[in-house]
Design a protein around this ligand. Sequence first.
Ligand SMILES: *[C@@H]1O[C@H](CO)[C@@H](O)[C@H](O)[C@H]1NC(C)=O
Ligand SMILES: *[C@@H]1O[C@H](CO)[C@@H](O)[C@H](O)[C@H]1NC(C)=O
Ligand SMILES: *[C@@H]1O[C@H](CO)[C@@H](O)[C@H](O)[C@H]1NC(C)=O
Ligand SMILES: *[C@@H]1O[C@H](CO)[C@@H](O)[C@H](O)[C@H]1NC(C)=O
Ligand SMILES: *[C@@H]1O[C@H](CO)[C@@H](O)[C@H](O)[C@H]1NC(C)=O
Ligand SMILES: *[C@@H]1O[C@H](CO)[C@@H](O)[C@H](O)[C@H]1NC(C)=O
Length: 332
Amino acid sequence: MRSAALILTLVATVLGASVVPPSSWSYPYPWPVQYYNFTSQRSNLSMAYMDVSAANTTYASNKTIVLLHGKNFCGATWEDTARRLSTHGFRVIVADQIGFCKSSKPPSYQFSLQQLAYNTHALLESLSIKQTYVLGHSMGGMLATRFALMYPEITSHLILTNPLGLEDWKALGVPWRNLDLLYADELVTNYTSLRKYQQATYYVNTWKPEYDVWVNMLVSLYQLPGENTTFAWNMAEATDMVLTQPIAYEFGLIKSKTLLLIGAKDNTAIGKAWSPPEVQAKLGNYALLGKETVAKIPNADLVEFDGLGHSPQVQDSEKYHQALFDWLDRSS
Ligand SMILES: *[C@@H]1O[C@H](CO)[C@@H](O)[C@H](O)[C@H]1NC(C)=O
Ligand SMILES: *[C@@H]1O[C@H](CO)[C@@H](O)[C@H](O)[C@H]1NC(C)=O
Ligand SMILES: *[C@@H]1O[C@H](CO)[C@@H](O)[C@H](O)[C@H]1NC(C)=O
Ligand SMILES: *[C@@H]1O[C@H](CO)[C@@H](O)[C@H](O)[C@H]1NC(C)=O
Ligand SMILES: *[C@@H]1O[C@H](CO)[C@@H](O)[C@H](O)[C@H]1NC(C)=O
Ligand SMILES: *[C@@H]1O[C@H](CO)[C@@H](O)[C@H](O)[C@H]1NC(C)=O
């Protein structure tokens, strides 16, 4: 299977075209993984996704929800949420973005939120999905916002969980960091650095053994033979993307019914690590950012979790999903 993909790649290279096969990453996913194959930026790419049907037919609403993962996450991270949504009558589409997880990792790709939104929309078109809820976390929340802005007619509901992009970090003083330096940062990423970062931003300086699952999942991507350096490059490109492509000025243009689910102890801000202390002090105050953002969006509700950080769905699954389903039931 892998050698067949390799031969295909070699043949395509000789012909001047490029095929980037799906990732060889064998991490187990909770539902069958399918691939949407498409041509983008002169490469033939595969986008991995899971299509989970509604498990509760008595409650089947024929509603679809798309789940968008963050930069340090994969489709698999959504298992708990996807299972609950399926039981609640939703068809759940969980995609891995290009560059991430089980999808193709192109050695050269112009990452933009628009491109990733476009790819996701094309996947939904291939599945004949005409209307959907979109739920995004972290970078996936920033992407979900861009998706809702580009495709208002398909996005009936938008749900953002600790999204990136609630502020424009560069306008607040974060210096630009070139891709080669971002790549060097990614190359030295390991268990120690990931855990340190996640403990401080996702889990309010606490640690539980079950959080290790998601650190080890990422470590296996950073160590993936044959793909580790391309993955690191794609992650550097993703960091550049979120830093240089703000959405903070466009929340007023959102047409979808919107829910903000905010762990108020989150302090995530891209570029904080390489900013001077006086800039650092201004960034990533989610206790304020949630309130500021909900006021900008025409039809939005805010639920704040006072004691939770960047990943409320992991840190307190029951509380998070209670709030999510309360809103889904009220706003259908
Ligand atoms: C890439 O995909 C297109 C269809 O989208 C196909 O026509 C072309 O042959 C593919 N290229 C290679 C090198 O496989
Ligand atoms: C997508 O492309 C991969 C190889 O790149 C192939 O293994 C798979 O069968 C294709 N899937 C579909 C649905 O065409
Ligand atoms: C299906 O959904 C209904 C309504 O929410 C609920 O009462 C029932 O327990 C659910 N069934 C299963 C098997 O989850
Ligand atoms: C869901 O779709 C099926 C087939 O398209 C249809 O028969 C059914 O009535 C729909 N159910 C609801 C609740 O809209
Ligand atoms: C991660 O890298 C740092 C140095 O960059 C090193 O001190 C640490 O031991 C490494 N951790 C693991 C688990 O490899
Ligand atoms: C990437 O993986 C290769 C093995 O495929 C290994 O030789 C190399 O040291 C790894 N590079 C990094 C930066 O982890």
